[in-house]
Ligand binder design. Sequence first.
Ligand SMILES: C[S@@+](CC[C@H](N)C(=O)[O-])C[C@H]1O[C@@H](n2cnc3c(N)ncnc32)[C@H](O)[C@@H]1O
Length: 311
Amino acid sequence: MNISHRPVLLDEAVSALLAGPIQVNPLYLDGTFGRGGHSRKILANLPLEGRLIAMDKDPQAIEEAGKIEDSRFRIVHDSFASMGDYLEPSSLDGILLDLGISSPQIDQAERGFSFRMDGPLDMRMNNKEGQSAQEWLAIASEKELHKVIKEYGEERFALSIAKAIVARRQERGTPQTTAELAQLVAGAVKTRESGQDPATRTFQAFRIFINGELEELQQALEASLNILEPGGKLVVISFHSLEDRIVKQFIAKHSKAPFDRRAPFAVPKAMQLQSIARVKPSDEEIKRNPRARSAIMRVAQKLSSPTGALA
Ligand SMILES: C[S@@+](CC[C@H](N)C(=O)[O-])C[C@H]1O[C@@H](n2cnc3c(N)ncnc32)[C@H](O)[C@@H]1O
């Protein structure tokens, strides 16, 4: 089955990543290889002596990356949260994170991400390890279910959905498939948001929880400060407000000189980042690729000196 992924903000992200003075032996990281749309464009614009390291959790993405025959390219099967394990401090000229899931992950029923197709309730980006959504649903308490659906799905009917899952578990066992879960959620959601399936928020919540998405994003952002070199770019494309809030707050926090209330006259510590841009897809891109509609790209640059000036 050849299901491909249409990269979002392709030109904008790669231009932002590679912008600036030409570096000697530049090194970039694509933390979310997917089907390699961004990676291939980076390689097409990379000088001969440059290098690109890409990462992905998904074994299918790793298989796809194996098709790239380019001595400047290397793929790592791991979470981008561990990027610091593979890279030296101040070694990178740029990091790209294109968050969330790829079209092949959504469009293959057996991955269990979609409520539009019936498949096993899996939802793991790395489907070779960890707990599947079905395994977790079999043991999660009502309180835990409620918390996850409310926090990660921002779902008004989180409590009714959590109660419905527990009741169903007691009566007939844990839902086994995406269609069973979607039907159960639809029965517990009182009013539907226009244009949105009643299961949208709950599926988003379970996916975020099962893959530890927000914690791993936070860890990756923290690691990026150490491995980016001065002038290096951080480019992050988010697809929902929970992700974008983390990226926005991280950039804002490190773009201000930290103020120590206990030592108000001390020499200020250095700002570490400078926010450069916030970009949304054009209307044409959204028309061509409706999955781009919720995307927001934020770009920041690593700073070096105590005043926050570039190296
Ligand atoms: C939106 S897709 C990226 C698409 C890619 N830019 C392209 O053009 O084909 C997101 C990819 O990131 C991967 N991913 C998500 N979270 C990850 C994480 N914490 N570590 C590594 N890969 C992750 C997913 O498995 C998926 O393949």
